[in-house]
Design a protein around this ligand. Sequence first.
Ligand SMILES: *[C@@H]1O[C@H](CO)[C@@H](O)[C@H](O)[C@H]1NC(C)=O
Ligand SMILES: *[C@@H]1O[C@H](CO)[C@@H](O)[C@H](O)[C@H]1NC(C)=O
Length: 335
Amino acid sequence: MKLFTVAALALVGPVQAGLRFGCSTLTTQRLDPIVEPGMVPSAHLHHIVGGNSFNATMEGDVGARATCTTCEMSEDFSNYWTAVLYFKHPTNGSYHRVPVKNNAALAQGTTGGITVYYTQFDFNTDALERQPIKAFPPGFRMTVGNPGHDDAAAARSAVGLRYNCLQTLINRGPELADFPDKPCPAGIFAVHHFPACWDGKNLDSADHQSHMYNTMDRGGFTNAPPCPASHPVRVPQVTYETVWDTTQFNSMWPAGTPNPFVWSFTGSAYGTHADYLFGWKGDSLQRAMDTPECFYDGCGSITKQAMSAANQCKVENFVDEETDGWLTSRPGQAE
Ligand SMILES: *[C@@H]1O[C@H](CO)[C@@H](O)[C@H](O)[C@H]1NC(C)=O
Ligand SMILES: *[C@@H]1O[C@H](CO)[C@@H](O)[C@H](O)[C@H]1NC(C)=O
């Protein structure tokens, strides 16, 4: 009987602390208001979720001006984006965009999208008295990772940017620093953990990273060591999870040949990166972060919307180009 109880608990899993919610895909296009503001198109294709003020240039208080969001949290008008995964046909060299599929255990009705986390301490506790969390201010933005990184050794030590070869949507298998080297029965899972220490002054920096500091040393959802004096302000630890549905390409990957998946930029799997542009309305994120036992996708007074409503949120496609079907080159890349 005791054994049964333990097994049942293991199935339920640990309690999770912090916000976790789904955001459906908003748009897939070549814009990057953080790294290449004003450029239409930007260098490479992105998969974007969140609020409808997404545009080539985004300054000021996004949360005050957006009117809808693809996120379940209806006061969250932030934008979240990553590069897009492509399949490169092993023999004829054509490219095909890999679709995104809904993550396990999210709100019903999420289409594609990204799972977003704002963790206060670690996955199981909020520890608010020990470690209060300051929400980001309007205009805040940051990136993590770098499309130019092609150094396996450095990337292996860059905790928090990882892949999993999904056996099922729930059984993720071990974390990998490089793309999986065999077909993954349920897709390729990509995770991006952002740093949680801020200098407390700058909304951005020239490289979009040096106003932040990463103290994470053990990867995923563990509490990072204390922030340094240079970056003393503890902010929520933001994480993205994306499920790339590679299954339709598995039969085109001959056994024993190299991984055929590439990012939408020219570079390697180690160049994985993600962008965050804060846009919660008013003090809604601060209220969530001040709420103890802010578990899963429920949190104090944070308002939620049905995903059927979230999925109505749209933005214009500012870049007129083909990103789907079989292509001779990835958008914007000289192949
Ligand atoms: C996007 O930016 C353009 C150029 O600045 C502007 O005309 C347009 O209104 C913006 N669209 C949205 C939805 O913010
Ligand atoms: C490459 O193979 C795919 C899958 O069979 C096919 O649809 C595509 O047209 C091919 N590309 C070229 C350039 O032949």
